[in-house]
Design a binder for this molecule. Structure first.
Ligand SMILES: *[C@@H]1O[C@H](CO)[C@@H](O)[C@H](O)[C@H]1NC(C)=O
Ligand SMILES: *[C@@H]1O[C@H](CO)[C@@H](O)[C@H](O)[C@H]1NC(C)=O
Ligand SMILES: *[C@@H]1O[C@H](CO)[C@@H](O)[C@H](O)[C@H]1NC(C)=O
Ligand SMILES: *[C@@H]1O[C@H](CO)[C@@H](O)[C@H](O)[C@H]1NC(C)=O
Ligand SMILES: *[C@@H]1O[C@H](CO)[C@@H](O)[C@H](O)[C@H]1NC(C)=O
Ligand SMILES: *[C@@H]1O[C@H](CO)[C@@H](O)[C@H](O)[C@H]1NC(C)=O
Ligand SMILES: *[C@@H]1O[C@H](CO)[C@@H](O)[C@H](O)[C@H]1NC(C)=O
Length: 816
């Protein structure tokens, strides 16, 4: 309609027509019919629009750009003439017959912007420009009926500050095209600022954020699943991330699993990179993720061979075997000088070894070498064989590939969780465990069993001791005495530990050779597979990422304890399997996966009626009570959360993942730790802030869990009406107004006991009280939940009612 209109001479009517025809806007631009100022091209599904705009109404500068057509806040995702605005003039955008886009001031022939020359072969005789539903503005041959992906030119190849789904951030190595994002100079000025997010293809490729010529953030290399420096990516289930490294291309791109979500990655005017998602209610962009976040996100705050840990104070530490290069500055909290070797390497004599730094963001890989064909053992051998090798690591978190560094290691940081193992070469003298101890001496005042007690690890040791034998052969351990422990659990009775052993071939058969279709997920220690034994019994197999087995004797007593923990609300270990490097644990299989799978899924949560939810709450309470009181030792789980509650076929809850549980000595009640481990959102204030934990830490997590079970909402990650309120704040608000029943998940059938629900809310709130001493013990909780008439105290304001504060949702775990 517009085309015919333009050719007509009836200008007054034409204007009328134009304004009426906007809804029927076209998405293509052909030579000879330019787009004039005020008109827009709209993609076929109406998602994106292209036209002239002024970001700053007061300056009258005009730009050609692309924006979201359905998002009510003007959001420009691409600007053609960011460097050459039309000042105070209107403009036209036209497609030349040779397939070049040209922006001119209206009525003049001066070209203020043109697209780079199109390759004539791709344009053909009949070029058109089209705005696609992806937001890509492309020039193509209209006669090419197959609508081949071969575009003569595309805006996706010339990004502004925004990466949309499907756009590539990175290089075409053949043509030298480098697609990077550069922030706007200000909110009203799209001209380029010094802040750029770009792919660096040197060594193992990484993304860098630049401020001029200074790098301000580094993504770390791609580890097969995510960037080494962005462990949060692991938890982002609504996105798909892809990293492509081929001879022709190196790029990163993302997609959305749910097409109704609107999300973009940008570099903003103050030099941060942000992932934003559009919230329909309230109508605004929400910051989903951003970087840099903390001091350790700066590039190499602790210098060469220094390790940055934001949860430690001071944040800088040296890798074991290294000492601060400039102790004076180091003491004054300037770590940039880094660390130097205590003992020179002794390469020729072949006595060097490696210290393992866990949960790291791998050091800068710009000058490292990657060999994807080598496994970790070969990688180690290769490093030892080359005297200039300083460290090695797996290129892929699945254990494949080999990265070797031959320079100083810079910008190492550790994550609470989700990092990678890094092996740093040191002289034999620096390998001794005493070196490690002296580094941390004096930190922990109260004596606790300083060993993280994990079912996993502990049972592994059991396996290790028993070595591989016939399937399901039972192994007997004599009652043993701990040699190195301050606590000597002489209390163990004379029953020998019986831990069934599985043959590797049995496990391989059961899991169909660890086939991908049998993979249930990724646990803290490695992938988990489902399997079926010959006799039909279903099992879950946790296959450990290769872990060094240290301190066998120290673990032995604890191992005996944990293998004996048995309760219907704790997940059961069936046995283990060990074969050379392969170490696996075999658990009973939980057909209904974990609680979060049901609770936070809008369809599945309808399967959880009130009775089921109530039983789940009671079951968790009983399991926890057993850990805290009824088992022979006081055990603090420390990572109670919905994903650690597994459900059997009858929806009975079973507490799992004792990876970071701690055992308490007989008369201790409270312990201080330097390393806070657990999951934000479930962590009590005193633990998250001061590292003090006790049974009341678990009570707090339990309270959060109860409120989540009742409401079907996550404590974190979901935002409640008033800004910054988390679930605790929201529940507390409703409680004060006497509207607690509003909290109850409305997907639940209307039939539920209001009495029970109110009691659960109240108990939940009591459990999340700010002060540990105000929280009930698990035995009171079980009583309060179970009795109709118990008189419950009135809750006070909970701790952590706002979503502000620690910003990571990742599980935090001891780093070194
Ligand atoms: C463009 O220029 C023509 C003639 O010079 C004028 O008639 C028309 O109104 C102008 N268009 C805009 C959008 O300014
Ligand atoms: C294509 O045509 C435009 C406008 O006529 C001209 O400015 C440009 O130089 C041409 N490009 C090529 C590659 O011929
Ligand atoms: C990269 O550039 C080359 C040369 O321009 C081109 O032939 C090739 O198709 C491009 N690769 C991709 C994946 O676009
Ligand atoms: C970003 O891309 C542009 C254009 O390809 C290039 O000139 C510039 O050097 C790149 N910047 C960085 C930091 O890679
Ligand atoms: C840029 O992003 C950071 C991190 O999200 C934020 O703190 C800052 O306010 C943003 N700057 C602007 C101008 O929006
Ligand atoms: C190898 O070991 C011997 C004996 O310990 C020592 O004297 C020699 O210096 C070592 N070689 C190197 C290259 O350090
Ligand atoms: C050691 O590694 C460096 C860097 O990869 C390489 O240049 C050198 O040739 C290697 N030396 C030996 C002896 O393999």
């Amino acid at each position: 309609m517009r085309e015919s209109c333009r050719r007509s001479l009836l200008l007054p009517f034409c204007t009328l027509f134009l304004s009426l025809s906007l809804s029927a806007a076209t998405d293509t631009l052909a030579p000879g019919s330019p787009l004039s100022d005020g008109d827009t091209l709209v993609s076929a599904d109406g998602t994106f629009a292209l036209g002239f705009f002024s970001p700053d109404p007061s300056s009258k500068n005009r730009y050609v750009g692309i924006w979201y057509n359905k998002v009510s806040v003007p959001t420009y995702v691409w600007v053609a003439n960011r460097n050459a605005p039309l000042a105070g003039l209107t403009g036209t955008l036209s497609l030349a017959a040779n397939g070049t886009l040209v922006v001119k001031a209206n009525g003049t022939s001066t070209v203020v912007w043109s697209s780079s020359p199109a390759s004539s072969s791709a344009v053909g005789n009949n070029p058109v420009a089209q705005i696609l539903d992806t937001g890509n503005f492309v020039i193509k041959d209209d006669n090419d009926a197959a609508a081949s992906q071969l575009y003569a030119w595309q805006s996706f190849d010339h990004p502004t500050d925004t990466l949309l789904p499907g756009m590539k951030l990175g290089w075409n190595l053949t043509s030298g095209l480098n697609r990077n994002l550069t922030a706007w100079a200000s909110l009203t000025d799209p001209s380029p600022s010094p802040y750029t997010l770009a792919m660096d293809v040197l060594g193992d490729p990484q993304i860098f954020l630049w401020s001029g010529s200074t790098s301000t953030w580094r993504s770390g290399p791609w580890n097969g699943f995510r960037f080494s420096g962005v462990p949060e990516m692991k938890t982002y289930s609504m996105f798909t991330f892809r990293f492509v490294r081929s001879r022709d291309e190196v790029y990163y791109t993302f997609g959305l699993k749910d097409p109704s979500i609107v999300s973009r990655l940008i570099v903003n005017q103050t030099g941060s990179t942000q992932r934003l998602v559009w919230l329909d209610q309230p109508k605004q962009w929400n910051v989903f993720w951003f970087a840099p976040k903390d001091q350790c996100d700066q590039v190499s705050p602790c210098g060469p061979m220094g390790v940055c840990d934001p949860n430690d104070s001071p944040i800088c530490d040296c890798v074991q075997g290294f000492a601060p290069k400039n102790p004076t500055n180091w003491a004054l909290r300037d770590g940039t000088g880094g660390c130097v070797r205590r003992t020179r390497l002794d390469c020729r004599n072949g006595t060097d070894g490696f210290v393992l730094v866990r949960e790291t963001k791998l050091p800068d890989t710009s000058s490292s070498a990657v060999d994807t064909s080598l496994g970790l053992d070969q990688c180690r051998a290769k490093c030892l064989a080359n005297c200039s090798c300083t460290a090695y690591a797996s290129a892929d978190v699945s254990g494949a590939g080999c990265i070797i560094w031959t320079t100083q290691l810079t910008d190492i940081r550790v994550w609470a969780f989700g990092g990678q193992d890094l092996y740093v070469r040191v002289a034999a003298a620096d390998l001794s465990p005493t070196a490690e101890q002296s580094r941390h001496s004096g930190a922990v005042a109260i004596i606790v069993i300083s060993v993280v007690l994990g079912t996993v690890f502990v049972a592994l040791v059991a396996c290790f001791v028993c070595k591989r034998r016939r399937r399901k052969r039972r192994v007997r351990f004599p009652p043993s005495v701990s040699l190195n422990n301050p606590y000597n659990y002489q209390g163990t009775d004379s029953n020998d530990l019986e831990l069934p052993l599985f043959n590797l071939s049995t496990i391989v058969d059961a899991t169909d050779n660890f086939s991908a279709k049998n993979k249930l997920g990724e646990g803290g220690f490695g992938p988990v597979f489902m399997g079926t034994l010959e006799d039909g019994q279903q099992i879950a197999v946790k296959r450990l990422a290769k872990t060094s087995v240290q301190g066998r004797t120290e673990f032995r007593n604890e191992m005996e304890l944990i293998a004996k923990l048995q309760h219907r609300n704790l997940v059961r270990l069936l046995g283990c399997c060990i074969y050379g490097e392969e170490k696996m644990l075999v658990y009973e299989y939980m057909p209904n996966k974990s609680l979060d799978v049901f609770l936070f899924d809008r369809t599945k949560c309808t399967l959880l009626d009130w009775q089921t939810r109530y039983e789940i709450i009671m079951g968790i309470a009983r399991g926890l009570l057993y850990l805290h009181q009824d088992s022979r030792f006081r055990i603090i789980h420390r990572d109670l959360k919905a994903s650690n509650i597994l459900l059997d076929k009858d929806m009975n809850p079973k507490i799992s993942d004792f990876g970071i549980a701690r055992i308490f000595g007989g008369d201790e009640t409270e312990v201080n730790t330097r390393k806070v481990v657990g999951t934000y959102g479930y962590m009590s204030p005193e633990y998250a802030m001061d590292g003090v934990f006790s049974v009341k830490t678990d009570v707090f997590s339990f309270g959060v869990l109860v409120l989540e079970i009742i409401s079907g909402k996550k404590n974190r990650g979901v935002f409640f009406a008033k800004a910054d309120l988390n679930l605790l704040g929201y529940a507390w608000g409703l409680w004060k107004e006497g509207k607690s029943l509003d909290l109850v998940d409305d997907s639940m059938s209307p039939k539920y006991s209001t009495n029970e629900a109110l009691r659960c809310v109240k108990v939940g709130l009591l459990c999340v009280q700010e002060r540990p001493e105000d929280r009930p013990t698990m035995s009171s909780v079980v009583l309060m939940l179970g009795s109709e008439s118990a008189l419950l105290p009135e809750p006070k304001q909970p701790g952590f009612v706002s979503t502000r504060g620690p910003s990571s949702t990742a599980r935090l775990q001891a780093s070194r």
